[in-house]
Design a protein around this ligand. Structure first.
Ligand SMILES: [Zn+2]
Length: 1141
């Protein structure tokens, strides 16, 4: 489109009143943090240099769960050393702010320093300043603490102006035990050893940056290091990869990637890497996939470390994640979004850039085909009415959290790729370079980028992009052939429910058509469709294709005849006379044909049989990505048809088996050395899908290898890439518990994060009722890390019974789940999604609707509405095409036994009244029409985080099952227990058999602490398991911590769950269900009865005094509030003051 530009400012800025008053601006923060490893609290001293632009009596800044002890404002340049102390603190819990009220007017000036002393929590919520722990290969438990501040959690660690545009510099000092390694954004400036075994570590001052990018970490780590060449980045930059002790050796792959990426981006942006060092750290407990803290990038261990058993898929995922985060060091950290509504631009760009870099580093990976595969997730999400625009206004923290979704990341990346295809990649990157130079060290909006690109490229970038980023959804192009040389192209809003209303179809997008015809298959005609319809001259007797290269974010609906011509083109383009493949249509284009056809049948634009027919053109396909896409589309069909009669399912499996068995026969089970990655991936995929379809040879071979592997731990018998499929096939096709238990044991035994995830994920494929229940119980047991609980249960969706049990589980435990996780949107979102989104019957639809009808849905309502809309789509699809699919299966010889079908009628869904689910029902479930939704993948009901349809795994948006449901840790948090014994200290005395005087202490706050239970299994104790409850019901497995030496050490009242007297050898029971835990917690003395607040602080003080002689105590009574796990404790708190000398 041509100039002139008509620019208007974006409407996505925060509304008035949503952010802090800008008449007070922070310049520099000096932070001193003294964590208490025993009480899980920390003492903070924060001195903030501020500018005051208007005289004021009070200062409001963000703070959450911080207990302010004193606050003083001083003018450090005034001759009289003028200072004024706040007389009161107002806590606004809802807005997460504190207001410091001063008795005197603070005058206008730039030399104010605000000194705040406060106490905070080292929580277990995986955000703010939180604690984690891991066990190394020698069974030593290592405690660590770390931070996660994006989006709005810096306020949990220090009072601040916690907004991305309020940038400042930071100086950090940590006072911790001398054995601990301390890391932060910058290098260590100095370390001072204190007399009491403590050290004071000071870090260099950071450059100006946003609060959410600050980070620190305290713990035991190993590391690898390397330097960049310095060729493009000023001087060589030290890059280190830190990991839990013993694991850094698995970091070489990521470290190499990091060094290459730093070089790449230094060159691309023409700006040297801005900090003196870059650390990548694998954190054992971590909520997102990774976080781009400036100079200290944090990752899930799984997202950073690659052991020798890592599959090719994981190599790709890790590369995408590491490069994404490193691109943020410039695009995000150096230039930062002005407000969270521009998050999409930075996430979308980082995602897009990662693909560009991976393509450059690994040209044979065919990343753009992978991109096409990946965006199918967001294309599905964006085809529901519950979707939202890429640019979306957000105000409060929960809204901000909800936009870390596929729309921000992948639709963002897609529209940028479309822009790149339109402008040319080099033009786009040149524009980005100009943009970076213009806004470095500052903030920018989406509009700022469009304007810069428009100036650079002399085209109407804003005009092109606004419709794509400000309108929800995308179009489908319907092609009508008017005669043999003319077609009509018409754009319509695409909805997967297929019921677009006239008033909804008023939206228009500028659509780059990228048309290629059979006359000239190498030419792409760049035509822009910027109206509703357009007539084009095309020879309709031969094939033609739109969206060549699949860079456009839209779908195309061809007449059946043309689709058939395109299919035949695939068959004809096999091999030329010298044996080389000639591909008229690239892999991406072939995937485009498939996915558009699949989407159009689920929306009712075409019958499902047309998709099944199209599959025949892919039988000889050789490209892995195309097969991967095909398998997902089949999977989607299976998921919706799952409750159909057995004969139909069997017939569909036969379709799948015939497609994939052929590949297994061709490629075999072995991975020859020097084989290209794509072939290896195709073998893995084919084995998995042939096995899922029940191919006898594949199943038998999988079982054979599984047996040898589990007997001898022979790692070579199942190559790394086949570990997941083999485990899955075995668990899917067995009803015995032996194999299941072998996997559980492997999970417990393996030390490698990747192997643990594989083992945990496949448990959900155990499909007997007993195994399903065991999986649910195991997921919430002490064996499973907080962050991994939902990983363990998400695969339960693969069976009808699993779906039903998961849904029952969620309903029965909802109140407790909600109470614990109401401020953890990711958990609730994902739990709701996996529990309900796969359903495809009217009964379930109503159950879901009824269940949530009278609940407070504010923190998950978008995902619920999206899930309901998805179920509605499934019902409509089934009702429309159930018969069509059966007819096709019969006609093609897959469905022969009429009798089977008849016998299984009872299993068939009885939902046939699509019109009884009116459109308005969706809105009823979600009365507030907020414009947010969360990441969902309705079409991939059965996908699992480790099968890694790459879409699930990228940077911070890695959203498998994230949560912190840990069966016991919360107890320690509640307690704020600062008395003489800690959960960590008492464990050894417990497990080593000392009849410790702290036994009572165990009972009050730490009995259920999972880490304590885990560590007790060391030494003379051991973990054993039982598979039935004492009353004989076929219930949850019970995991008892078995210690023969110490039977009876604990008073009876500490036992929980089941009676232990029946098992004298088992002294210690772990609550296996939420009810048990709840009951146990209720039976415990209330925390207020245990420890008066006064006592807490007293002991914290004593602890500090024990640990550090620089601490003294000045009593002062301050009315204050301390929030712990949603509860508010009010009390007289003592002031703790740390002398500066
Ligand atoms: Zn990111």
């Amino acid at each position: 489109m041509a100039l002139p530009l008509s620019l208007e400012t974006t409407s996505a800025a925060p509304a008035l009143g949503m952010t802090l008053n800008k008449s007070i601006i922070p310049i520099h923060y000096s932070l001193k943090i003294i964590p208490c490893p025993i009480s899980f609290t920390f003492l903070g001293e924060c001195s903030i240099e501020i500018c005051i632009a208007e005289p004021t009596f009070d200062i409001t800044l963000n703070a959450k769960e911080l207990n302010i002890q004193t606050a003083t404002a001083r003018d450090h340049l005034s001759s009289t050393d003028y200072s004024v102390t706040a007389t009161s603190v107002r806590y606004n819990i809802e807005e997460e702010t504190i207001t410091l009220e001063f008795p005197e007017l603070l005058h206008v000036g730039t030399s104010w320093i605000l000194d705040i002393v406060y106490i905070g929590l080292v929580n277990d919520k995986l955000n703010g300043f939180y604690r984690s722990a891991y066990t190394d290969a020698d069974n030593n438990v290592h405690q660590m603490t770390t931070t996660q501040f994006q989006s709005t959690h810096a306020r949990r660690a220090f009072p601040c102006w916690d907004e991305p545009s309020v940038k400042a510099t930071f100086s950090l000092m940590l006072v911790v035990s001398q054995e601990m390694t301390c890391l932060s954004n910058m290098s260590v400036e100095s370390t001072t050893l204190l007399e009491n075994g403590m050290q004071q570590v000071t870090f260099l001052k950071t450059p100006i940056m946003a609060t959410y990018l600050l980070a620190w970490m305290i713990g035991d780590f190993d590391y690898l290091e390397a330097y960049t060449s310095g060729e493009f980045n000023g001087e060589p930059v030290l890059c280190r990869l830190y990991a839990p002790v013993g694991l850094a050796i698995h970091g070489q792959y990521s470290l190499d990637l990091a060094v290459k990426s730093v070089e790449y981006f230094s060159r691309l942006f023409n700006i040297p890497y801005p900090l003196p060092k870059l650390d990548l750290v694998a954190v054992p407990d971590f909520s997102p996939g990774a976080m781009e803290n400036w100079g200290l990038i944090t990752f899930r261990t799984y997202a950073l470390l690659l052991d020798e058993y890592g599959s090719n898929e994981r190599k790709r995922e890790i590369a995408a994640t590491v490069i994404h985060e490193i691109s943020h060091q410039w695009f995000g950290n150096l230039v930062t979004m002005d407000w969270w509504s521009d998050l999409w631009l930075f996430e979308g760009f980082a995602t897009h850039l990662a693909y560009i870099v991976v393509d450059e580093l690994f040209p044979d990976w065919d990343v753009w085909s992978e991109f096409v595969k990946r965006i199918q997730i967001v294309l599905a999400q964006d085809a529901l009415r519950t979707s939202h625009p890429v640019e979306v206004g957000v105000a409060n923290p929960s809204e901000i959290t909800q936009i870390f979704d596929e729309i921000s990341y992948m639709k963002g990346a897609s529209v940028l790729r479309m822009l790149s295809a339109w402008l040319g990649q080099n033009q786009l990157l040149r524009g980005i370079r100009t943009f970076m130079l213009k806004f470095m060290w500052g903030n920018a909006t989406t509009e700022d980028l469009w304007v810069t690109l428009a100036e650079e490229c002399k085209v109407d970038v804003p005009g092109f992009m606004r419709q794509w980023t400000r309108q929800t959804g995308y179009p489908v192009l319907s092609i009508t052939e008017l005669d043999e040389s003319t077609i009509l192209v018409r754009q319509t809003l695409f909805l997967s429910t297929g019921d677009v209303r006239e008033e909804e179809d008023q939206l228009l997008w500028p659509v780059p058509l990228a048309l290629t015809t059979a006359d000239n298959p190498t030419e792409v005609r760049n035509i822009m469709l910027d109206s509703k319809e357009m007539i084009l001259k095309v020879d309709t007797t031969r094939w033609y294709k739109f969206n060549m290269g699949q860079a456009g974010f839209y779908r195309v609906s061809y007449p059946p005849k043309t689709l058939d011509l395109l299919g035949q083109t695939l068959l004809q383009q096999r091999v030329n006379e010298v044996g080389h493949r000639i591909e008229t249509l690239s892999a991406a284009d072939r995937m485009g044909l498939l996915t558009d056809a699949a989407a159009l049948v689920s929306s009712g634009n075409a019958p499902t049989s047309s998709f099944l027919t199209l599959l025949k053109y892919f039988e000889d396909e050789e490209n892995y990505m195309v097969w991967a896409e095909l398998s997902l589309r089949l999977q989607e069909l299976f998921s919706v048809w799952l409750e159909q009669p057995e004969a139909v399912i069997k017939a569909l499996k036969e379709v799948q088996r015939r497609l994939f068995t052929k590949i297994v026969k061709r490629l075999g089970w072995e991975f020859p050395e020097n084989e290209d990655q794509a072939t290896g991936n195709l073998r893995t995929l084919a084995i998995r899908y042939a096995g899922r379809a029940g191919d006898t040879e594949v199943v038998n071979e999988a079982r054979r290898r599984f047996r040898i592997f589990m007997t001898n731990r022979d790692m070579t018998i199942i190559p790394p890439d086949l570990r997941f499929p083999v485990f899955e096939i075995v668990l899917r096709t067995t009803v015995g518990v032996e194999e299941y238990e072998a996997v559980v044991n492997y999970y417990r035994e393996t030390y490698l994060p990747g192997e643990k995830v594989v083992a945990l994920t496949v448990l959900g494929y155990g499909h007997s009722l007993e195994l399903i229940r065991r999986t649910l119980a195991f997921a919430i047991s002490a064996d499973v890390r907080t962050q991994d609980v939902l990983t363990a249960v998400s695969t339960l969706r693969s069976s009808v019974e699993g779906r039903a049990e998961l849904w029952n589980f969620m309903r029965h435990h909802w109140d407790i789940l909600y109470e614990r996780h109401c401020d953890d949107i990711r958990f609730l979102d994902y739990f709701v999604l996996i529990s309900v989104a796969s359903f495809s019957s009217l009964e379930r639809y109503r159950e879901v609707q009824d269940f949530f009808a009278h609940k407070d849905r504010s923190s998950y309502e978008r995902i619920l509405a999206t899930s309901l809309e998805g179920i509605r789509m499934h019902i409509l699809w089934l009702e429309r095409d159930r018969q069509d699919v059966e007819n096709w299966l019969r006609k093609n010889g897959y469905l022969v036994d009429e009798q089977d079908h008849g016998q299984d009628q009872s299993k068939s869904s009885v939902s046939t009244l699509s019109d009884s689910i009116p459109l308005s029902a969706v809105n009823e479930a979600s009365p507030s029409s907020a414009t947010l939704t969360s990441s969902s993948n309705l079409t991939l009901a059965e996908t699992t985080p480790t099968s890694m349809d790459i879409g699930d795994f990228n940077g911070e948006n890695y959203r498998p099952p994230t949560c912190y449901y840990n069966s016991g840790l919360m107890v320690a948090l509640d307690g704020l227990d600062c008395s003489q014994s800690s959960s960590f200290e008492e464990e050894p005395s417990f497990s080593q058999g000392a009849h410790s005087p702290t036994t009572t202490q165990v009972s009050t706050g730490t009995l259920l602490t999972t880490s304590s239970l885990r560590s007790q299994s060391r030494g003379p104790s051991s973990v054993s398991s039982m598979s039935a409850s004492p009353n004989g019901s076929p219930a949850m497995p019970l995991y008892y911590y078995h210690s023969e030496e110490h039977q009876g050490d604990l008073p009876q009242q500490q036992h929980c769950g089941h009676a232990h007297s029946h098992n004298p050898g088992y002294i210690y029971g772990q609550a296996q269900t939420l009810e048990e835990q709840h009951r146990f917690l209720n039976e415990m003395p209330h925390e207020n009865q245990l420890h008066q607040p006064q006592a807490r602080v007293q002991s914290f003080t004593e602890q500090l005094q024990l640990n550090s002689n620089v601490v003294s105590r000045t009593p002062m009574t301050t009315k204050s509030t301390l929030t712990s796990r949603g509860r508010t404790l009010e009390g007289d708190m003592e002031l703790l003051r740390v002398n500066e000398d």
